[in-house]
Design a protein around this ligand. Sequence first.
Ligand code: ATP
Ligand code: MG
Length: 242
Amino acid sequence: MAQRVRVVALDWDTFSVWFTQHWLPGEHVSIVTPTGGGKTTLAVGILELRRWVGVLAPKGIDDTLRSLHAQHLADWPGDRRMTAMLAQDERHGRPSHYVFGPNVATYRQDWPKLVGAYQRSLEGMFRMENWTAYVDDLQLLVQMGLGTDATQWLISARSRHLSFVSAFQVPKRVLTAALHEPSWIFASQTRDATVVDRTAEVLGRPKAEVRGLLEETSRFTWLCIGRDPTAAVMVTMPPKRS
Ligand SMILES: Nc1ncnc2c1ncn2[C@@H]1O[C@H](COP(=O)(O)OP(=O)(O)OP(=O)(O)O)[C@@H](O)[C@H]1O
Ligand SMILES: [Mg+2]
């Protein structure tokens, strides 16, 4: 019988150096754990490793997301204006981290205001290459009717060196592609059968073993499952943000 999955525990600083070297442009990341499990904290930690970041935050901007210190744009400003803003960021030696979309609450009646801005931002980033898009709760985006746009990113963006990072709680309520297209899955403290099944499939290990691994993760500690199933699985804990 093949060896059990080897779990290597890495502190955040060691992990981020390792991940900077291994997370290639065009590789997607999915972050899955129940509510309050530290998804946004982890997302901010890895987004800081990227230069051009566009965030869609359908739940609104909480303290954790605020710690990314992104600039806020109510809508995609147009490709020419965006290009000028990126050049300006570069001149000032600052990362181009943006939150796109009007900063409104997430009541259903506000959704039409968000949907157009989100769609234009996703399309704009897609046209420009090299962006990392982050969706802070993919479930809401799908409920807003933007599942097709997200799927398009997941399926077509890799060849354009675009990465799609998404956080969600229940894979069944999002998109099959959200667990099948990413090169990296971060999971913590979940008993969700879809996550267990997919992780077991990627690692080529029995479900019971993988279920045990996921249950053993302590709060804010993550199993990082990379695209190479023979590589060790990392356990990390990003620093608290809020
Ligand atoms: N590594 C950590 N150490 C200590 N506290 C943490 C850590 N990660 C997250 N937290 C705290 O836990 C709370 C929830 O974290 P976070 O907002 O990242 O979770 P979430 O999964 O995105 O939550 P939600 O489901 O509400 O979006 C925050 O108060 C955050 O500061
Ligand atoms: Mg969150």
